[in-house]
Write a protein that binds this ligand. Structure first.
Ligand code: 3PG
Length: 208
């Protein structure tokens, strides 16, 4: 289900929220802009409450990002996260998410990490940090031996290289924060976010 949603929208907004009360207007902007999906990162204390707020909506798919521990998996899923994202490959995080039946997307950027992900039964990984881990060329090279695996490059991805990543058949979607800048969230400028989201949707639509 996660892979289908990723394949439909092709971009995962990676969100950092300082205040849970920003979650609702942010979700409105994502939905209005045409990208009804959010990875809310566990980098702030507001993350569980923000996820709870977003999980109550039926117009948007919410997941948790920067999940580093089993306890955070539990906290995220209890708050309503429908998928879990981790910057690296943690067996503990992956196995806890699997126990709870929630799709999990751990980071993997080397052949060794990818093999470990495959051994855990995964069919997709986050390629993080994409920009400094070899970018599109590295994904193309890694996709060759791992035919069925899907990649979600994230970290340093932006409007200028979005098309190059999405042109790779093994790339299900990209993740990024460029359409949800922390500065705009902090200043309550959700109109800018809606505009950046809509621009992203237009760019992706032109690639199809
Ligand atoms: C993440 O946690 O996935 C990244 O911080 C998002 O990367 P970006 O801010 O470079 O888009």
């Amino acid at each position: 289900m996660l892979l289908e949603t990723l394949a439909r929208h092709r971009v995962v907004p990676v969100v950092v929220l300082d205040r849970a009360q920003d979650a609702a207007p942010l979700a409105d902007a994502l939905v209005a802009g045409g990208l009804p999906m959010a990875e809310v990162t566990f980098r702030t204390d507001a993350a569980p409450a923000a996820i709870r707020e977003l999980a109550a909506r039926d117009d948007l798919l919410v997941g948790a990002g920067t999940v580093l521990t089993r306890a955070q998996v539990d906290e995220a899923v209890a708050a309503g996260a429908r998928f879990i994202v981790s910057p690296g490959l943690s067996r503990a995080v992956v196995e806890r998410a699997q126990e709870l039946g929630v799709p999990v997307l751990p980071g993997a950027v080397t052949a060794t990490e990818i093999q470990a992900a495959l051994e855990l039964g995964l069919d997709a990984v986050k390629f993080f940090p994409a920009g400094t881990s070899g970018g599109p060329a590295a994904i193309r090279a890694l996709a060759a031996p791992f035919g069925q695996l899907r990649f979600v490059p994230t970290g340093g991805v932006g409007p200028s290289d979005l098309a190059e990543y999405l042109a790779i058949p093994a790339v299900a979607a990209v993740g990024g924060s460029w359409m949800v800048p922390v500065s705009a969230i902090r200043s309550g400028d959700f109109a800018t976010i809606e505009r950046l989201v809509a621009q992203t949707v237009t760019t992706v639509g032109a690639l199809a």
